[in-house]
Design a protein. Structure first.
Length: 319
């Protein structure tokens, strides 16, 4: 009886939980931020000729949030959108990589429902280390779907992972072009290739946290500079493909899990650069399997630096 009451009460907060879940992709449990993220996704997806990505993001967020309500009675977590962000990203990824047929939509809903289950299990396993799963449920489930599609003909892949290591020196370096590359790095967090969406995301972040908005810009700008200096391919730079994981690393380490200060700023900048390098390495490593790195570099780098920070805290407490 009490469980049913708790679930009914959770459903009353579904719209807010879904919006917060979309905002939580960039660590912002804010309804208005989540709604603006969704607006940006729809605008960018329509601009790119793939409106199904916007519909997928909303479908994934709703499916994951509903599933999270069933597996966890914690109303605070539900309202904060903790269970929705991996589903949101799955909802963006599936229409990007798969043909928009009934099988894709069924898989999108199914894997979105699985995301809070995997998230809860991984969070439980990682709690001893004082870290959480971040977006790794999205990464793992999307990898599984892409690999499985190679065995099942009705789930049709429309995007293939190609070698992008070749250097193209036709990159334009005007202030306007650099700004567009940077903004696309932010929009690519949701797999959207649109500088307009990047602007909307920055505004959405600033509504909830000006520090998060600043770190998103710093993360994308630092990643852009690093990728140019290291000689990344034109397509990858121009489309912001080295920006999205560093943006998440910047927000996570710069203002979500750490206190502000000079020391933390330096550490975060180092982590951003490392995220770019790790993404380049993972792109090559995963190429034979035909799967993208997605946000795995962000997860790995954030875990490493958070564990290092916890180790420093343990040492200082023991002295």
């Amino acid at each position: 009886m009490l469980k049913n009451f708790a679930k009914a009460k959770s459903l009353r907060f579904m719209p807010a939980a879904v919006a917060n879940g979309i905002g939580q992709v960039m660590f912002q449990p804010c309804i208005l931020t989540g709604l603006l993220f969704l607006v940006g996704i729809f605008i960018g997806s329509i601009e790119c000729g793939m409106p199904q990505i916007g519909a997928g993001a909303l479908t994934g967020a709703v499916s994951a949030t509903l599933a999270g309500t069933l597996i966890s009675p914690d109303l605070i977590q539900h309202k904060a959108g903790i269970w929705g962000f991996n589903g949101t990203l799955i909802g963006c990824a599936f229409p990007t990589f798969f043909a928009a047929n009934g099988f894709m939509w069924g898989a999108l809903i199914f894997f979105s429902i699985l995301s809070p289950v995997l998230q809860k299990g991984l969070n439980s396993a990682m709690s001893a280390c004082n870290i959480n799963s971040l977006t790794i449920p999205f990464v793992l489930l999307t990898w599984i779907a892409i690999l499985a599609a190679q065995s099942f003909g009705n789930l049709k892949l429309i995007a293939t992972i190609s070698d992008s290591t070749s250097i193209n020196d036709s990159l334009n370096y005007s202030l306007q072009d650099i700004a567009i590359y940077c903004l696309k790095g932010i929009s690519q967090v949701f797999l959207i290739n649109s500088w307009i969406t990047g602007i909307i995301f920055i505004i959405a972040l600033a509504i909830c946290s000006r520090r998060a908005a600043i770190w998103a810009i710093v993360g994308s700008g630092t990643a852009l500079t690093t990728s140019i200096l290291l000689g990344a391919s034109y397509d990858a730079i121009a489309n912001g493909l080295y920006g999205f994981s560093p943006v998440l690393t910047a927000i996570a380490l710069g203002c979500t899990f750490s206190r502000p200060g000079v020391h933390n700023t330096i550490i975060t900048l180092i982590a951003i650069v490392f995220t770019v390098i790790l993404q380049g390495a993972m792109n090559v490593m995963l190429l034979p399997a035909g799967i993208p790195a997605l946000t795995a570099p962000f997860c790995i780098v954030t875990w490493v630096f958070m564990l290092s920070s916890h180790a420093d805290d343990d040492v200082s407490h023991s002295e």
